[in-house]
Design a binder for this molecule. Structure first.
Ligand SMILES: [Zn+2]
Length: 204
């Protein structure tokens, strides 16, 4: 018995990673990786997107602050800004975790919540509430993730300019975090998301 166990163990150690791939589109490769099951018991589908590395590593830096640029351009699909108030604005996340993922932020370039004026802060909170109503009306989600990463150490991608993330959530969509989970499929394009929000905000 003991001999058999040893033999089984050594053969599993020799398991080499296998990968069956199929092209999806635009150089994207979808693959199922089969690896040593004693270490990684679950197979999973992986969507390889090497072109995303430049964003992950921040190799491409836009000129100036993207949010300030969006604030200057006003409401337009080019800037992804879909709504503006006196002190705040709502822009679509260019790389959404889920359909309907938007950012709510002050128009002024400021990375510290404590440095917002009372007027800016109140306006920002009111805009968050209005955006929550928009998401509920458009997407009817089961819940919404609302979060602010305050500072680079806390995970803010653009720490110099405050921005709240608002992400609609549905029951069972646990794999919304594309970096650590399985392949994420978004059910609508950014253009479609933009049109939906624009239509809602035009009415208020
Ligand atoms: Zn800015």
């Amino acid at each position: 018995m003991a001999k058999k166990k040893t033999a089984k163990k050594s053969s599993s150690k020799k398991t080499t990673p296998k990968k069956s791939s199929s092209k999806v589109s635009g150089g994207t490769v979808k693959a199922t990786i089969c690896i040593n099951h004693e270490i990684w018991p679950m197979e999973r589908d992986v969507l390889f997107r090497p072109d995303r590395m430049k964003y992950v590593r921040k190799l491409i830096k836009p000129e100036g602050c993207v949010f300030c640029n969006a604030a200057k351009n006003g409401v337009s699909f080019d800037s992804l800004c879909v709504y503006k108030t006196k002190h705040s604005m709502v822009v679509l996340n260019k790389f959404p975790y889920n359909s309907g993922h938007v950012l709510v932020l002050p128009r002024r370039h400021c990375g510290d919540l404590l440095k917002l004026s009372d007027g800016e802060y109140t306006d920002l909170q009111q805009t968050i509430r209005v955006t929550m109503a928009a998401i509920n009306s458009i997407y009817e989600p089961g819940g919404i993730n609302l979060g602010l990463n305050h500072g680079a150490v806390a995970g803010a991608g653009i720490p110099e300019h405050l921005h709240y993330h608002m992400i609609p959530r549905w029951s069972g969509d646990l794999n919304f975090f594309p970096l650590i989970a399985e392949t994420k499929v978004l059910v609508e394009s950014l253009e479609q998301t933009y049109e939906k929000f624009l239509e809602y905000f035009k009415k208020i």
